[in-house]
Design a binder for this molecule. Sequence first.
Ligand SMILES: Nc1nc2c(ncn2[C@@H]2O[C@H](COP(=O)(O)OP(=O)(O)OP(=O)(O)O)[C@@H](O)[C@H]2O)c(=O)[nH]1
Ligand SMILES: [Mg+2]
Length: 388
Amino acid sequence: MRAPRSYTREDVVEVNAHSGAPSMRRILEIALGFGARLAEPGEFTKRAFLSGRLDLSQAEAIASLIRARSAAAARAAAYQAEGHLSKRIARVKDELLETTAYLEAAVDFSDEDIEALDRPGVRTRLDRHDDELQGLIEEAERGQVYDQGLRTALVGRPNVGKSSLLNALSREERAIVSAQPGTTRDIVESTVLLGEVPLLLRDTAGWRDPSDDIEAEGIARSQAALDSADLVVLVLAGNEPLSGEDEALIDALAGNEKTIVVINKTDLPSRLDLEGLPSQLQGLPRVELSATTGTGLKELESAVLRLVGLGPEPEANEMIIADARQREELRGAQTALLDAREALDAGFGEEIMAPLLKDAVGKLALFVGEDVDEAVLDRIFARFCIGK
Ligand SMILES: Nc1nc2c(ncn2[C@@H]2O[C@H](COP(=O)(O)OP(=O)(O)OP(=O)(O)O)[C@@H](O)[C@H]2O)c(=O)[nH]1
Ligand SMILES: [Mg+2]
């Protein structure tokens, strides 16, 4: 393919061969023998970026597309790879620049002893910029859930059926289930798709006073899983009254808003007083189910989607797939903008506000990869696989 009509905008030769690893390797060896070298991870996309074929957010969208875990995330990434997100960011950035230019012009006229600044007008503009940035941030957060999944910890005292629930949700016998309390010690992980949301389930050791060192380590790992979870599923046994172990765990969960209470074993006679559950649990979503028979599993799935505020099948243009760096730029832009608005409300002049807005513009420029330095680029492209 002759430059510039190739992915990298350089001359490209593609070799097509019948497949099979040994023949492919042989062809590579011959090419290397002639002085070629292997591409670095992401090198083709990096060259496409450096030649201006793609901007950075398009290039990153290609990486997201390759590693997407759900069809929804893949659709959103493909949409971004076409440049829709870049255009949107550019529009917000241009509008911010316009406001900045207006403020800078006011700075230039400020000797003329008249109030050149239309404060209510600027306030309206800043509010609009804030709405736009807020929208982008929310979509990026939503996208992150579909892209990365929700880290979900299954916690509860021994024997309530955490491992059984993991198996039921995974539709596979992943974890050992036994009537003996204290079965699970290592964390058992399993990824399931809820609609289009990947749930990274972690089954943990039952919560109680450990009977030996191994169990103590298991419970320490449960605590760590709890601390790093986006979502906690607290499992209680519906066929037994609440115990001191349940209560200790409920205390440890206090203040964690992203918790769903599961009353398991509803196929057995009920002996748990639901009305008498501790007050911390009263406001939380609650699902009654049986991990053994599967009754109520669908309700759990909908409760999870409701709790994180997501529908099962979002549109590609309702979310943004952004990495941690990009989400940071968006939040940084919003912080600078809100500082500018605060300065306006406090009666400060344009000379204070203009640099803050410029800062916000700079963050958006970084988002799409204008002025990013080489080290950041290397980090981004190193995440690609070889040959992309
Ligand atoms: N009848 C009935 N039994 C269940 C249900 N869920 C789990 N069990 C039984 O309860 C016992 C404990 O189940 P596990 O899934 O191993 O419980 P766990 O919470 O993982 O226990 P630890 O790993 O020891 O903390 C097993 O005998 C399961 O068969 C259920 O919904 N109904
Ligand atoms: Mg278990």
